[in-house]
Design a protein around this ligand. Structure first.
Ligand code: SAH
Length: 323
């Protein structure tokens, strides 16, 4: 298990699929990623992954938590050591996870987002699924749990890639793979039946280009599931924060649903429907033992929780589906 080679496992999973033709290109972008890594940093993460317990007969349970289970519970000294190793992968933002009985209470209840999305989307059984900006990969496991036959997540944040592998290294045979790159580095595959992008759109400086990049990953008749921040207003309403939004530095555009629908149409999408709108609560995003920095409650105006501390409307999120 500790010798798990994620790269070969990923390539092996592409054999016999229409993605096989892109193996050379994937190999190239992974090598580029590796050479851009600070060597000390990646060696550090590799060492941490190897510090996790060597356990056989591991099983996975997928419900609100993603749980790794062993037949034989870990001894208390081993549990203590394991908890300390997992804490080295902080901040844990997207989850929740359970690692051999250790509850990783992440900043986000990502299961709540999944519960809002799932009732409205195409059945995932036997589907090929891409999650763009997958964070720790929590939703990749949920997609697998819904019967998807092939699940690929992409995310350029190295920490999240390694958080994912805390789990994946015990489950080598699962057809869930994480490529540590941004969407702009993918070839145009036109391959996936469902493309998810949740919580990423407002981080992209060029939203139309991003929508087109998503479209280029979709097979004919595929479904896009886009979850993003929105504001109230008509088709002419878009917020561009002057600087930070809810303390986030990299927020570019927050459109109204009506404006977003126009952008999606212009980018080539049809059958666009907004299926959910939800104001993010301080129970869904909060500081925990596993993410001890400031969280949503600190980013809202203390005297008026309908505003961020910068005076913008507080985070409200919409789920749109389209083909
Ligand atoms: N989808 C998860 C995580 C969202 S956090 C959820 O909804 O809970 C936003 C993620 O987008 C971050 O993990 C960040 O690393 C990723 N991201 C940023 N730029 C990206 C890009 N160009 N391509 C893909 N992912 C990107």
């Amino acid at each position: 298990m500790q010798n798990y080679n994620w790269r070969s496992a990923f390539f092996a999973s592409l054999l016999g699929t229409d993605l096989e033709q892109h193996i050379g290109y994937f190999s190239h972008i992974i090598s580029q990623w590796e050479s851009n890594q600070n060597n000390k940093e990646s060696t550090k993460w590799q060492k941490q992954l190897q510090q996790l317990p060597k356990v056989e007969n591991v099983s996975l349970t997928i419900d609100s938590h993603i749980r790794l289970n062993t037949k034989q519970p870990l001894a208390s000294a081993e549990l203590q050591k394991t908890r300390a190793v997992l804490k080295n992968f902080m901040p844990w933002r997207k989850g929740p996870f359970e690692f051999f009985s250790i509850d990783i209470d992440t900043e986000w209840r990502s299961d709540w987002k999944w519960d809002r999305v799932l009732p409205h989307i195409n059945d995932l059984s036997n589907k090929k699924v891409l999650d763009v900006g997958c964070g720790s990969g929590y939703h990749l496991f949920r997609m697998h749990g819904c019967g998807a036959k092939q699940v690929i997540g992409i995310d350029p944040t190295t920490l999240f890639f390694h958080q994912f592998h805390c789990f994946k290294q015990y489950m080598c045979d699962l057809n869930i793979h994480f490529l540590p790159v941004g969407i702009e580095h993918l070839p145009n595959t036109h391959y996936f039946d469902t493309v998810f992008s949740m919580g990423v759109f407002y981080h992209r400086a060029d939203p139309i280009k991003f929508l087109k990049e998503l479209k280029q990953q979709m097979a004919p008749n595929a479904q896009l599931v886009l979850e993003t921040l929105v504001i109230d207003g008509d088709e002419n309403t878009v917020l561009m924060p002057k600087d930070r939004y809810a303390q986030m530095r990299n927020v570019w555009y927050i459109p109204s649903v009506e404006a977003l629908v126009i952008w999606m149409q212009r980018a080539g999408f049809s059958d666009i429907q907004c299926v959910d709108i939800d104001v993010t609560s301080i129970d869904e995003q909060r500081a925990t033992q596993w993410m001890q920095n400031h969280s949503l409650v600190d980013f809202l105006d203390p005297n008026n929780s309908s505003l961020t501390i910068e005076g913008y409307p507080a985070p409200k999120r919409a789920v749109l589906i389209a083909s």
